[in-house]
Design a protein around this ligand. Structure first.
Ligand SMILES: Cc1cc2nc3c(=O)[nH]c(=O)nc-3n(C[C@H](O)[C@H](O)[C@H](O)COP(=O)(O)OP(=O)(O)OC[C@H]3O[C@@H](n4cnc5c(N)ncnc54)[C@H](O)[C@@H]3O)c2cc1C
Length: 336
């Protein structure tokens, strides 16, 4: 078998889990001090040892040391600031449709934006355009439906992307030729020093399934500029997107959509199919027989099962096709 290519420089490679970050030592006294500080200053309850599997579309994952759904931007800022002071790691979850949470769970503080960040506000810009301001907890599919109902185009591709809007922005989500970056005007977020900051689009670096903001920034809302369009045409576009998804994607088992990014000029799924891995399993995880870039939880799969199946796919595609598949899903938590 060939070694992964030189260009694939991953200095933080975890020797046991080739796609996961290295575990970091976390001081449990600092973790408890963080919980007490947030509770004392905000009056908000922090949950300890919260089960996370229900927050991942794969329905996999261990427990979070500390779990918080901040009820406001101020408390989010306070939590981030205290975590930085106490040197406690922070993990942000959206709707969990593009993450693999480690079986050992997530050390430090896990944040998930809830009701306070679930809103959509419309701002007319005359006949031809409108801007919609969207809270990060707002479901992306719901946003797509609402834009169509209002008669504005630009987000039809989102019909069928099951994440939160914050997660979609963080991932620069896209499908069928459309992408977040096409309509995004600005992003609002809270930085690790607790400051609410706005980044206009020209200050944001977009990449394939990635958007660059300062580390540990939590995106709280985003603005999209949309064009007036015929509702009939928009509804047709959405119906086409949904039909393509129904036809091409597996139904019935927990999954996280496409596991690997498409390499330039290729489709990850086509390569995986070409090397004969459809239906291949590790433990209770299986490469979908319908769409080879999906890994299914057949029921009871562990994060390790999914990870090891991902590694098997990467190694096989590399040795047979000379292409190293980069994960699109993000591995979070403690991989030990
Ligand atoms: C059936 C299925 C189909 C899918 N189809 C597509 C598709 O066509 N195109 C596509 O692009 N994706 C697709 N996905 C993947 C996924 O839905 C998108 O990437 C989605 O945008 C992720 O949003 P999320 O809220 O679930 O984020 P999560 O999975 O919770 O998180 C993803 C990443 O974003 C970060 N993040 C989440 N919220 C925030 C925030 N508020 N601030 C800062 N960082 C944040 C997390 O830390 C993590 O690194 C699909 C998934 C499934 C299950």
């Amino acid at each position: 078998m060939k070694d992964p290519p030189e260009s694939d420089k991953r200095p933080m490679l975890n020797p046991k889990f080739q796609n996961a970050p290295l575990p970091v030592a976390v001081d449990q006294e600092a973790v408890e001090a963080l919980a007490s500080a947030i509770e004392a200053e905000s009056g908000t309850n922090i949950e300890r040892n919260r089960d996370l599997a229900a927050f991942s579309s794969w329905q996999i994952g261990g427990k979070a040391d500390l779990y918080l759904e901040p009820p406001s931007g101020e408390i989010l800022g306070l939590a981030l600031c205290q975590a930085r002071t106490l040197d406690v790691p922070v993990t942000v979850l959206g709707a969990g449709t593009n993450i693999l949470i480690a079986d050992a769970g997530i050390r430090g503080l896990t944040l998930r934006l809830g009701k306070a960040f679930d809103f959509r506000q419309w701002q007319g810009l005359g006949e031809a355009e409108a801007v919609v301001w969207v809270g990060s907890a707002s479901r992306f599919i719901r946003l797509a439906k609402e834009t169509v109902a209002e008669g504005y185009g630009g987000l039809e591709f989102a019909a069928g992307i099951p994440g939160s809007t914050g997660g979609a922005v963080a991932m620069n989500a896209g499908a069928f030729g459309g992408e977040i970056s096409d309509t995004l005007v600005e992003v609002e977020g809270v930085t690790e020093d607790g400051q609410l900051t706005v980044w206009p689009r020209d200050k944001i670096k977009f990449a394939y399934r990635r958007l660059e903001l300062p580390t540990r920034t939590v995106i709280t809302s985003s603005r999209f500029r949309l064009r007036r369009s015929s509702k009939v045409r928009l509804r047709d576009a959405v119906a086409r997107v949904q039909a393509r998804r129904r036809k091409g994607q597996p139904q019935g088992f927990a999954n996280a959509g496409s596991v690997f990014k498409n390499p330039p000029g290729e489709f990850a799924g086509r390569l995986i199919e070409r090397v004969g891995l459809k239906g291949r399993g590790v433990g209770r995880a299986e490469v979908s027989r319908e769409h080879a870039n999906f890994i299914l939880n057949l029921g009871g799969a562990t994060a390790r099962d999914v990870h090891d199946l991902m590694s098997l796919v990467q190694d096989e595609v590399w040795s047979r096709c000379g292409v190293w598949l980069e994960p699109e899903v993000r591995l979070v938590g403690e991989w030990v």
